[in-house]
Design a protein around this ligand. Structure first.
Ligand code: HSE
Length: 438
């Protein structure tokens, strides 16, 4: 049988990695797929840019439309990112009856509903394993491996750049911008690194995970995001003194009222395996009712880890090229006409525990005022530490851990605490998750 011809949109870090993996492992990949797979066409912005792969035998163009229109190409692999040109090209490829593999989380999180509807109508596959958690086969694990479970919640470190920054800052005391620059040089960061550090990239990925875990449409616009730029060394140290690590976590949970969908810095007990996931590594903890807690770990970014997921998707597509479209694994794990309309909860309705830090005047009665405000809002305190003023300062750092409370109550309490004369500046608030199996 003739090899299946693949057209790549983008020949950068992931595109180059994909060519290298397909070439290096060609024999084993053919044995798995049942047919050879060759990259015959590729689109790149700059033909003269140095590449990490050989382009021998590949027709390279600067016009990506040529790739999606070429009748020879059976599978289009979209690796250009963004959701404007990429959306046009993917929709056009679908219209042309081509299968699509993409690593583009923004595209799927924001436009997946329309893309999958078009793909279903046309009987083609849109595969997106590489869009979430780089090389970890998390989409396959949830969509297929956990198909017997009612998923209760999942929590993940799903941005490699952010985790790399937090780890280097904590372990080596390095400066935020200096580590970010290194992450960019290593090809981990997004074209706009704000997407990494402000949690937007993680929210794209979490949106996708929530959909396949709970069988709901993709609703990126309802995700809550808070970035890591305000995390200070001080908070990292205090958290460690209390037995916690700060991680930038994506959390989605099914509750009686709806679905939580949130990305924010989070204190997690240091004894949890996921608290020890460092550097560019990602991890996703998934709690199913039958299996209990399961943890998936691996590199979240980089050329060949991401290519590993891209190539696995290409192999999957090749394996089912001749199968009846009705009998394929549904794009969002659940049959398209069986998606649930459970609402996404507003952040104000979400219930978590909190780490609070405030600068308080070292005077009698200050703590009593703060604890009264918290008590009035039904917030109970689990632990308090007070750090004595340093040098000439008359202000002490007060750190509190609270039990769980609805976010709205905490917002009101923080507002009241900040208005006390004895408290200066803003109260630092970091949410906490115990990530217990039960
Ligand atoms: N910028 C992303 C990250 C790339 O750092 O995780 C992989 O999606």
């Amino acid at each position: 049988m003739d090899p299946v011809k693949v057209g790549l949109l983008g020949l950068g870090t992931v595109g180059g990695g994909t060519v290298n993996v397909l070439q290096r492992n060609a024999e084993e990949i053919t044995r798995r797929a049942g047919r050879g797979i060759v990259v015959t066409h590729a689109a790149a912005r700059d033909l003269n840019k140095p590449r990490i792969c050989s382009t021998e035998g590949i027709t390279v163009t600067t016009t990506p439309q040529d790739v999606v229109e070429d009748p020879e190409v059976a599978i289009v692999v979209e690796l250009i990112g963004g959701d404007t040109l990429a959306l046009d090209l993917v929709m056009r490829a679908i219209e042309n009856g081509k299968h699509v593999v993409t690593a583009n989380k923004a595209l799927i999180a924001k436009h997946g509903n329309e893309i999958f509807a078009a793909a279903q109508a046309k009987g083609v596959i849109v595969a997106f394993e590489a869009a979430v958690a780089g090389g970890i086969p998390i989409i396959k694990a949830i969509r297929e491996g956990l198909a017997g479970n009612r998923i209760e919640w999942l929590a993940g470190i799903i941005n490699g750049t952010g985790n790399f920054i937090l780890t280097e800052m904590r372990d080596k005391g390095r400066d935020f911008n200096d580590v970010l620059k290194e992450a960019q040089e290593l090809g981990y960061a997004e074209a706009d690194p704000e997407f990494d550090v402000e949690g937007i990239d993680a929210a794209h990925k979490l949106t996708i995970l929530a959909s396949i875990a709970f069988g709901i449409p993709l609703q990126f616009e309802k995700a809550f995001t808070e970035g890591i730029t305000k995390i200070t060394r001080e908070d990292v140290t205090y958290a460690e003194e209390l037995g916690y690590r700060i991680k930038h976590l994506g959390v989605t949970r099914r509750t009686d009222k709806g679905i939580e969908l949130r990305v924010h810095p989070t204190l997690i007990p240091e004894r949890r395996l996921i608290a020890n996931v460092d550097g560019v590594m990602n991890a996703v903890l998934v709690k199913g009712d039958a299996v209990g807690p399961t943890l998936y770990y691996g590199p979240g970014a980089g050329d060949e880890p991401t290519a590993s997921a891209v190539v696995a998707d290409i192999v999957d597509v090749v394996r089912v090229l001749t199968s009846d479209p009705e009998n394929r694994v549904p794009h969002l794990a659940f049959q398209p006409d069986s998606l649930s309309d459970l609402p996404i909860l507003k952040m104000e309705e979400v219930e978590t525990a909190y780490y609070l830090r405030m600068q308080a005047k070292d005077e009698p009665g200050v703590l009593a005022d703060v604890t009264r405000i918290l008590g009035d809002k039904g917030i109970s305190i689990e632990a308090i530490i007070q750090k004595e003023p340093e040098g000439d300062s008359t202000e002490a750092n007060v750190i509190m851990l609270t039990h769980t409370v609805v976010e709205k109550q905490m917002n009101d309490a923080i507002q009241k605490i900040e208005s006390l004369d004895t408290i200066s500046g803003e109260v630092v608030r970091i949410r906490m998750e115990s990530l217990e199996a039960s």
